[in-house]
Design a protein around this ligand. Structure first.
Ligand SMILES: [Zn+2]
Length: 255
């Protein structure tokens, strides 16, 4: 019995069985516009990895909560309010604030894939920077990968997000290599963390109507008039679609 259950689990649990179409990073050269419309886009979702700092953070948060609780007890529950209660409140509040600040953006889930780089800050939608919007991507202070563009900034600390940082660099090198600011030889050791352990999730097709054609600057009124670059997400009016994407130089299929 026990052996049967074990065997069943072993066969069911193997993610290696399915052929991995997604591992190429979606940067296939052609055809250019069909994928985006079909809604089959995916991205990888990365949860922050545990580290010493998150343990320290949990400890500080826990001590803070305990101090707040004790402060509350000493002030409100105890018959005669104790003179040290305000200090407990002070210490507790400070510790809770420190824990909150430490959690900041370092440990938020990150996404990397067809639609660009995104961070889940807790809102309804992840905050996203599309590949074509990215002005620069590179390593800062040897410990984080930073993506900047469209007045947004997404940071992948290597201590918590080694795999996400590696995938950001890997896909950026394939899609928008000219905007990668760090020399390749410095990226090589970081790229080794680009494994296939992350969850692959579908990503909503980008809305194309209402955006400006990169070549002609006209506003695209209808989805059917739009041609999007699958490598970087840049969009063109079908009458003005260049042979190569102006942003990333990927070949655009002519129609
Ligand atoms: Zn492009």
């Amino acid at each position: 019995m026990a052996d049967d259950a074990h065997a069943a689990r072993a066969t069911a649990g193997g993610p290696k069985g399915a052929p991995s179409n997604t591992s190429a990073g979606g940067a296939k050269a052609a055809p250019s516009h069909s994928n985006i419309a079909s809604g089959s886009l995916t991205e990888r979702r990365f949860l922050a990895e545990g580290s010493e700092r998150s343990n320290v953070q949990a400890l500080i948060g826990g001590v803070g909560a305990a101090a707040l609780g004790a402060g509350t007890y000493a002030t409100w529950v105890h018959d005669t309010p104790m003179s040290f209660a305000p200090y407990l409140f002070g210490v507790g509040t400070l510790a809770v604030i420190i824990a909150a600040v430490m959690s900041s953006s370092d440990t938020m889930p990150l996404r990397v894939g067809a639609a660009g780089v995104a961070i889940e800050r807790g809102g309804a939608q992840p905050e996203r920077i599309a590949w074509y919007e990215i002005e620069k991507v590179g390593v800062e202070a040897n410990d984080r990968v930073v993506v900047e563009g469209a007045k947004k900034r997404i940071v992948a600390p290597i201590s918590h997000h080694a795999a996400a940082a590696a995938w950001i660099l890997k896909e950026a090198l394939e899609r928008i290599p000219k905007r990668v600011t760090t020399p390749l030889d410095q990226l090589t050791p970081l790229l080794r963390a680009a494994d296939d352990h992350a969850e692959v999730v579908p990503v909503e097709p980008m809305q194309l109507a209402g955006r400006r054609c990169k070549a002609s600057d006209v506003i695209i009124s209808f989805e059917r008039d739009a041609r999007a670059c699958t490598r970087c997400g840049e969009v063109y009016d079908k009458k003005h679609t260049p042979e190569k994407c102006l942003t990333c130089e990927a070949p655009m299929a002519s129609t």
